[in-house]
Design a protein around this ligand. Structure first.
Ligand code: NAD
Length: 496
């Protein structure tokens, strides 16, 4: 039994982590968290409000002045390595917590999401030791000159607001660089996924991260812990991953505070498949990019454009593969498809399945709810779904659904497919499949997104700039780019 999650009357309590201690809300409010695979109660989560956010801000401001603020980069970096090692040591606890929160297959937690959570700490522990510096010899009228140089200092207290779709991975992608740069953080995890953020509090204590450096306040968004965090004058910067319209609300809430934001937002990503591609590899990749995590991946593909000569063959191949996906218990080795995150999200996804039908789509496969037996019968399941035949204006072609579904359309020319891929308010990612590398470079340069994969998908190097253009985000994180957000640059001019 962990410190953070106590077992009273067979229900787990997820508590806030403030100033190095686990605690309940001052008014003892809690809310229920259910596992979306079977709808069973995972536990009761402390519901934070003004008092918890105030306490977390106070603790994190105090920590900036304490031992944390006085540590050298090398000392901080060594501690972050210990955080990574402790996550690895408690690997099974993290896998179990994330599986209970999301209902996704254990294999995905073990091979991708939890290892990436640990890796995030290592990469930023290294990056921060190699910060690029700039200095200038500046001429002056007396001929003696001046030396201009810049130093980087932490931003201060960073509010980290997280989504539910890859909880540990996405949270540590922000917490790790923030801490590496010497900031303190207040994390508001998604109300759907309290588990791993809470466990990380235990890890921070175990390895000796000083009190108040890493804080977690659970709760909801609007009129709750999330919004209160964005409005607090004691918070110096907000980094957020989530829906575009939530990003807009966060910007408005903090507008009077003139505060830096880093936003990783929604997407409606296109996959572009040319007829000369490696067909089998392109199909394999499309299966992953459309259906991984039950389609709840920001970088996933919901629009596929396939060059006409291979269109029918591609649709048939993807249909066959979609129909082999097996929903099931997260622990079962045979499970290849998890549930959606909640019944509420399932209602949203099913409403798009209905809209597609109303707008005249050909439903190639899926479009409904699979029948699962026994304990899984109450889960938030939907069928993997493929549509064809819709115009570019249809709701399922223009709006982010965040489910295991895609629309496939044929195209006839490079110019046409570039225009159609760009005809969206979003600009997160795209994939291009072709053996003609000149064409790949040409098309990649013209698609307005933050990240383009050629002949691959989700191949990540954590040193590269990551983020979206248009309504998919503000700013870039990753490698040294994260330093731009998590530090303030100070120019010092010395007259010689
Ligand atoms: P969401 O915007 O509903 O919620 C994200 C977080 O914001 C939650 O913690 C929530 O409680 C909080 N929140 C909600 N309203 C708030 C408010 N008014 N003020 C402050 N906080 C508030 O997003 P979600 O449904 O959890 O996640 C799915 C979305 O995230 C999708 O749109 C997906 O594309 C996006 N996403 C983007 C990336 C990326 O890197 N670009 C990565 C993962 C997910």
């Amino acid at each position: 039994m962990s410190n953070s999650a106590s077992n009273q009357s067979s229900t787990v309590q997820f508590r806030h982590f403030i100033d190095g201690s686990f605690c309940d809300s001052s008014d003892n409010r809690t809310f229920l968290k259910r596992n979306p695979a079977d709808n069973r109660i995972v536990g009761h989560v402390a519901e934070g409000g003004r008092s918890e956010i105030d306490r977390a801000v106070q603790a994190s401001r105090t920590a900036l002045e304490g031992p944390w603020g006085k540590m050298s980069v090398e000392e901080r970096s060594a501690l972050l390595y210990k955080v990574a090692d402790e996550i690895t040591r408690r690997f099974d606890d993290f896998v179990a917590a994330e599986m209970a929160d999301t209902g996704q297959p254990k294999s995905m937690m073990e091979h991708a999401f939890i290892p990436r959570g640990a890796a995030n700490f290592k990469i930023f522990a290294d990056v921060v030791k190699n910060v690029p510096n700039e200095s200038f010899q500046t001429p002056t009228p007396d001929g003696a000159g001046a030396l201009n140089y810049a130093i980087r200092v932490p931003k201060g207290v960073v509010g980290v607001i997280c989504p539910w779709n890859a909880p540990l991975l996405l949270m540590t992608w922000k917490v790790a660089p923030a801490l590496a740069c010497g900031n303190t953080v207040i994390v508001k995890p998604s109300e759907e996924t309290p588990g791993t953020a809470t466990l990380l509090g235990e890890v921070m204590s175990a390895v000796g991260i000083p009190d108040g450096v890493y804080n977690v306040v659970h709760g909801f968004g609007k009129d709750s812990a999330g919004e209160l965090l964005t409005q607090h004058p004691g918070v110096d910067a907000i980094t957020f991953t989530g829906e575009t319209r939530t990003g807009a609300a966060i910007m408005k809430a903090g507008a009077d505070l003139i505060r830096d934001v880093s936003f990783e937002l929604g997407g409606k990503n296109a996959g572009v498949i040319f007829a000369d591609c490696d067909f089998d590899a392109a199909v394999d990749s499309a299966v992953r990019s459309v259906f991984l995590n039950c389609g709840q991946v920001c970088l996933g593909t919901e629009r596929l454009y396939v060059e006409r000569p291979i269109f029918d063959r591609f649709v048939a191949a993807l249909k066959d593969r979609a129909e082999t996906l097996k929903p099931g218990h997260p622990e079962a080795k045979t499970t290849t498809l998890g549930p959606l995150i909640s019944q509420e999200h399932r209602n949203k996804v099913l409403s798009y399945y209905e809209k597609a039908r109303q707008e005249g789509a050909t439903v190639v496969t899926g479009g409904g709810v699979p029948k699962l037996e026994g304990e899984l019968a109450e889960g938030a399941w939907v069928e993997p779904t493929i549509w064809t035949g819709l115009p570019e204006t249809a709701a399922v072609v223009t709006e982010e659904i965040f489910g295991p579904c895609c629309h496939i359309a044929p195209f006839d020319s490079e110019e046409e497919v570039i225009r159609r891929a760009n005809a969206t308010e979003y600009g997160l990612s795209t994939t291009i499949w072709t053996k003609d590398l000149s064409r790949a470079h040409r098309v990649a340069a013209k698609i307005d997104v933050g990240i383009t994969w050629v002949n691959s998908w989700f191949l990540r190097d954590l040193r590269t700039p990551f983020g979206g253009s248009k309504q998919s985000g503000i700013g870039r994180e990753g490698g040294v780019h994260s330093l731009e957000f998590y530090t303030e640059l100070r120019n010092i001019c010395v007259k010689l």
